[in-house]
Design a protein around this ligand. Structure first.
Ligand code: ATP
Ligand code: MG
Length: 169
């Protein structure tokens, strides 16, 4: 998979993605809240891939939440001495059973909590999200409590280091 990096402000870009979930939010009666700590975060990112990441995460959040809310927050953070953009998708949904949390990034894995869900999908979304975050040299962390909700945190370095192998391509 190739990465097609652009440098720009990711805040309005992510804001537009979450807006495409407003009608689903109203239909399901699950609130959608967006909060940006900064008006502007200029960084290197691949727009199509960032869109895929948040499309998948927000789809999951709404699919597995029947009451309450879905929150998306964007801000700045540090990771391994690097300035990063921090993006958090949090929901008050069914959550994931503790023993299964490590498996949800595996391709085709679907946790028992969600087995009875309609529109259950194929179990590929989070595996793809993980690959796309890796492609941005980022980190992803999932916290979940069964019956309480799920929180996914993504850290993406503001500046992408182009390795020798990448620059040769
Ligand atoms: P697909 O994404 O291919 O349509 P999927 O949503 O089932 O299918 P993933 O997005 O990879 O697959 O998620 C894997 C599993 O992790 C889900 O089936 C579900 O069990 C669990 N999961 C993911 N996100 C959440 C969430 N926000 N709340 C509760 N469970 C979740
Ligand atoms: Mg999914």
């Amino acid at each position: 998979m190739d990465i097609d990096l652009r440098r720009g402000n990711i805040v309005p870009f992510v804001s537009e993605i979450q807006k495409s979930f407003v009608s689903l939010s109203l239909r399901k009666g699950v609130a959608l809240k967006f909060h940006a700590d900064e008006e502007s975060i200029n960084m290197d990112f691949d727009p199509d891939k960032i869109e895929l990441i948040f499309f998948n995460l927000l789809s999951n959040a709404f699919k597995f939440t029947d009451n309450g809310e879905v929150n998306l927050r964007i801000g700045l953070a540090q990771k391994d001495g690097k300035d990063c953009c921090k993006l958090v998708v949090q929901d008050t949904g069914i959550g994931i059973i503790e023993e299964q949390i490590d498996k949800v990034f595996d391709r085709f894995y679907q946790s028992e909590n969600s087995r009875w869900r309609k529109n259950k999908g194929t179990g590929i979304g989070l595996a793809l999200v993980k690959d796309l975050v890796d492609l941005h040299q980022g980190h992803i962390d999932l916290k979940s409590i069964s019956g309480v909700g799920t929180e996914i945190t993504i850290l993406l370095p503001l500046e992408q280091e182009i390795s020798d192998t990448q620059s040769e391509m």
